[in-house]
Ligand binder design. Structure first.
Ligand SMILES: C[S@@+](CC[C@H](N)C(=O)[O-])C[C@H]1O[C@@H](n2cnc3c(N)ncnc32)[C@H](O)[C@@H]1O
Length: 272
């Protein structure tokens, strides 16, 4: 969502061909700084939904990144095993949780992670689309205790000005036509017709499907907006000269500030 590429990863960076699922660490500090925070009410909603399932059990976070969601849950005294495969992202996360109790960082993909316990909650913020499609639901069900909760979260940021949004789309079409911008928010009426809702609703391991939707308007500096663009996987996969020209063209479009509409979708389910 939000302009992310949900194509499955290719080869890891070490082979020379970069993996679109693993490019975030190239800009880990910027990523942590410029990506909009998740709404505080979302944490309340997840914990309300999970109810007693989280008592006495830890939560598992898949693709914890720099910990933007992790710290919000840890601050509510939810003990968390935060699984993150990228070294640079995990380094920021480890720094961020310094002094916080109850967070264990595991440097691994979800696919390679072998849980030694059943969790009361599995949460994944802007990362579930990077997990292996053929195994993710079964893996999630296997990691969760009976009646435990699944919470999948995505932010969607859109330029909150029709003329400048149209101009931004033209810049991408001109400079990088391969980039697919999906900046339409997931709305309640559509959530079970689109991925992941539509796929999740067909899984027999889960019940009590629900969603919550949040919207805030934020004005960010042009530098922060360009920084946000630099953290997108599809942008990072472009050749360096294309990235440079694209950023210059985007910079010409905006004054000092960029109005953003930030929509957050939370998809919830319970393990049978
Ligand atoms: C867009 S970032 C989201 C990070 C963080 N959850 C947040 O909300 O900011 C996606 C994260 O998923 C991680 N990731 C990619 N493939 C993964 C996999 N197979 N298993 C677990 N995490 C994965 C990436 O390294 C990256 O940190």
């Amino acid at each position: 969502m939000s302009g992310e590429d949900d194509a499955r990863p290719g080869l890891p960076a070490e082979t020379g061909r970069r993996d679109p699922a693993r490019v975030f660490g190239e800009v880990a500090d910027d990523y942590d700084r410029v990506r909009p925070a998740y709404p505080a009410a979302l944490v309340d909603d997840v914990l309300d939904y999970a109810g007693s399932a989280v008592r006495g059990r830890r939560a598992l976070e898949v693709g914890a990144g720099t910990g933007r969601a992790t710290v919000a849950f840890a601050a509510r005294e939810v003990p968390i095993v935060a699984v993150e495969p990228d070294a640079a992202m995990a380094d920021v996360l480890t720094r961020r949780i310094d002094g916080m109790r109850g967070v264990e960082v595991v440097r691994s993909t979800f696919e390679d992670f072998r849980p030694a316990e059943r969790f009361g909650l599995l949460l994944s913020a802007e990362a579930w689309h990077w997990t292996e499609p053929s195994s993710r639901w079964a893996r999630a069900a296997g990691a969760l205790a009976d009646t435990a909760a699944l919470a999948l979260i995505w932010n969607n940021e859109r330029v909150d000005d029709p003329a400048r949004r149209a101009a931004m789309l033209r810049v991408f079409a001109d400079h990088a036509p391969s980039v697919v911008i999906r900046d339409e928010p997931v709305v309640p009426d559509d959530v079970w017709r689109q991925w992941p809702g539509e796929e999740l609703s067909r899984r027999s391991e889960f019940r009590d499907l629900a969603s919550r939707h949040y919207r805030v308007r934020r004005t960010v500096s042009k530098a922060a907006y360009l920084g946000l663009t630099r953290t997108r996987s599809q942008f990072r996969m472009l050749p360096a000269p294309t990235r440079r020209d694209l950023l210059a063209a985007l910079s010409d479009l905006f004054d000092d500030e960029v109005p953003l509409l930030v929509d957050t979708a939370l998809v919830l389910a319970r393990r049978r």
